[in-house]
Ligand binder design. Structure first.
Ligand code: SF4
Length: 417
């Protein structure tokens, strides 16, 4: 096929070099056995019959993206991390995972030590084939555990029991996975502090390498949203949610976990490298149905329905005209102005315990952080939400609880450039 580069790559300025030194690759697998009641991800139940066609389309899109993202010398772009997200990537066979990783290695210059993560649902995982998944090149597993309370798991529409979380985790360790994350949700309606504490204890008993703890968000369009709207379910109040979060902070610190991002804890050396790409606002290429990319100050988004995605990739391969965006499966292309990108870079970095490096910011944008944001942060600076030390600016402990107050002020209020 004949392919030109991403058109915007030629228009990118010198400073984009910082974010384009390498990319992270996100591969979306949109299949699920059943839809959880709180979920608004681009995932579908009852469509597993399309799995093979979908994997073939994704393989083709990876090849296409690799060609479009070539560096200035026409060489494959360096890739530091790969993440199979979903949906439920553990519904793919090890052979399908291997095929997609092979395509990624052909299309991009994937680092030998690249972090390769696969999300897994404890209720949709062939335990006995996990060694094949590892042999295919996956070196990190991220399991959606969500709770150890059976009633809450049922209420959420999860397809697994608490015991299956433990079995899946044990199987991952037995297969040699030494980098495993568990996801949990807190502030669930009906969840007491005691139930949350019990869930954390059972999680810690497994000694995972990484924990992601998310405050439940009631997303529009989900069954949960309509239950709340109809008064069938009451949301947990902010104070209760804050108590749960603060308990987790204390308990995980005592257990030796580093709280390196607002919702993420890791044992030393196990921070998620892929997600650090997002928080450092560096380039990523997101492929598959609904995948979105951030590349050279553009955000591209793919078509969401699975069948449309497969059809668009097929047409794109057949027609071979990629000289203008939107092209292929991409249906949206948003240019990110420099002002907005600076604000997003600052907002994302402030989610991290390490905060924002003032030197890196100045090198990337050719201007200093404080003169850029001083006026916008005027009213929150005296509140002690931010601190500066060692050439970095970060949220204080108090500021972490009120991060949104700071983030909202960083956004440009006038015309973006
Ligand atoms: S398994 Fe994950 S992606 Fe699938 S419906 Fe549940 S929360 Fe959504």
């Amino acid at each position: 096929m004949s392919v030109t580069g991403y058109p915007i790559a030629e228009a990118s300025d010198q400073r984009d070099a910082t974010s384009l030194d390498s990319v992270s690759l996100y591969l979306h697998i949109p299949f699920c056995h059943a839809k959880c009641h709180y979920c608004d991800f681009n995932s579908y139940a009852g469509m597993l019959g399309l799995r093979e066609q979908y994997v073939a389309a994704l393989r083709d899109e990876i090849a296409l993206a690799g060609l479009r993202a070539r560096d200035a010398a026409g060489q494959p772009r360096r890739c530091r991390t790969i993440f199979f997200g979903g949906g439920t990537p553990s519904l793919l066979t090890p052979a399908q995972i291997a095929l997609l990783l092979g395509a990624a290695r052909e299309a991009f210059a994937v680092d030998g030590a690249a972090e390769v993560t696969m999300e897994a649902n404890p209720g949709a995982l062939e335990y006995e084939r996990l060694d094949e998944v590892r042999a295919a090149g996956v070196n990190r597993l991220s399991m959606g555990a969500q709770s150890f309370d059976p009633a809450l798991l049922r209420w959420m529409g999860r397809i697994h029991s608490p015991e299956e979380i433990e079995t899946a985790f044990g199987a991952a360790r037995a297969a040699g996975f030494d980098n495993v994350n568990l996801d949990f949700i807190f502030a669930l309606p009906g969840q007491t502090q005691a139930v949350w504490e019990d869930t954390l204890e059972r999680a810690l008993a497994l000694a995972p390498d990484h924990l992601s703890l998310y405050n439940l968000i009631v997303e529009e369009g989900t069954p949960l949203y309509s239950w709340v709207a109809r008064g069938k379910v009451r949301e947990v109040d902010e104070d209760t949610a804050a108590d749960m979060y603060e308990h987790a902070e204390r308990r995980l610190a005592a257990a030796g976990y580093e709280h390196y991002e607002i919702s993420n804890w890791a044992r030393p050396g196990h921070a998620c490298q892929h997600n650090l790409t997002y928080w450092r606002n560096l380039a990523w290429v997101g492929l598959g149905a609904g995948g979105s990319s951030f590349y050279a100050r553009h955000r591209f988004t793919n078509v969401r329905p699975i069948r449309d995605y497969i059809a668009r990739v097929a047409a794109s391969v057949r027609e071979g005209d990629h000289s203008a965006l939107p092209a292929g499966a991409i249906v949206e292309d948003e240019a990110i102005g420099r002002e907005l990108e600076m604000a997003e870079t600052a907002m994302l970095a402030l989610r991290l315990a390490e905060g924002l490096s003032l030197a890196d910011f100045a090198a990337r944008y050719g201007q200093q952080f404080w003169p850029t944001f001083e006026r916008r942060l005027d009213d929150v600076r005296p509140l002690g939400l931010l601190e500066e030390a060692g050439g970095r600016v970060r949220l204080t402990e108090h500021g972490r609880m009120l991060g949104n107050e700071v983030f909202a002020r960083l956004l440009p209020d006038g015309d973006d450039d």
